[in-house]
Design a protein. Structure first.
Length: 223
């Protein structure tokens, strides 16, 4: 897979995370559900056809698992408390976004669980002045953010490498074409949710980052 296509697929993973986080917003629109389902199917096939493999050095898997466990424990605990605040204020949508179990997060793909944890944190951060009585202070949220950043580092660090496999060029090319067409339709359908947090997060996720350039910046200038 070319660097350009790797960058595009990485962007699509970010979009997938946003779609999961905002499912309660779009799930009632039949046309959007149809396109979203196709998007998830195509993204999975593209990743399989591209032969994506995760290569980690000794100890990295255990370290990432520990980082994930600490983050999932904290964010779900805070989410439970903040969901009571949501119920106290008759905000069922906020409640539904915040009530996620550690098991559910653990069963999600890494990028999706990270997106969900970030979404929960962001929602609590926005109302932190009202959450003191629920044991959620600025210091607690700062610690939650630190755990999010630590988990994010294990997912995106350069040790996570893409290993290409030969023999899938034709099918991969066709799948990428279909995926791009699907994303084009999703972009157009997003006007259904104009002005919502969902639309904002989706637009932000649609920014394509050059992973090759980012890796060079992380590694610093070469001697």
């Amino acid at each position: 897979m070319t660097t350009k296509n790797e960058n595009y697929v990485s962007m699509c993973r970010s979009v997938e995370g946003v779609l999961v986080a905002h499912e309660t917003v779009w799930q009632s629109n039949t046309r959007f559900v149809k396109e979203r389902t196709l998007f998830g199917d195509l993204l999975g096939k593209v990743q399989q056809a591209g032969g994506e493999s995760l290569i980690v050095t000794t100890g990295a898997t255990a370290d990432k698992a520990e980082a994930a466990s600490r983050l999932f424990s904290m964010v779900t605990d805070l989410g439970k408390r903040a969901s009571v605040y949501a119920l106290d204020h008759d905000n069922q949508e906020l409640h539904d976004h915040l009530r996620t179990s550690k098991g559910a997060l653990s069963n999600m793909p890494d990028t999706v669980s990270l997106a969900k944890a970030k979404d929960m944190y962001t929602r609590m951060e926005a109302i932190k002045r009202d959450l003191a009585d629920y044991g959620i202070t600025e210091e607690v949220l700062d610690e939650c953010k630190r755990l999010i950043d630590a988990y994010d580092a294990y997912i995106t660090r350069p040790r996570d490498l893409i290993v290409e496999r030969k023999g899938h060029n034709q099918s991969l090319s066709e799948l990428l074409r279909d995926l791009r067409r699907c994303v084009y339709k999703l972009d157009s359908l997003m006007s259904l949710f104009s002005g919502t947090r969902f639309e904002t997060d989706y637009r932000n996720a649609r920014i394509i980052v050059d992973l090759g350039t980012r890796k060079k910046k992380e590694e610093g200038p070469q001697p």
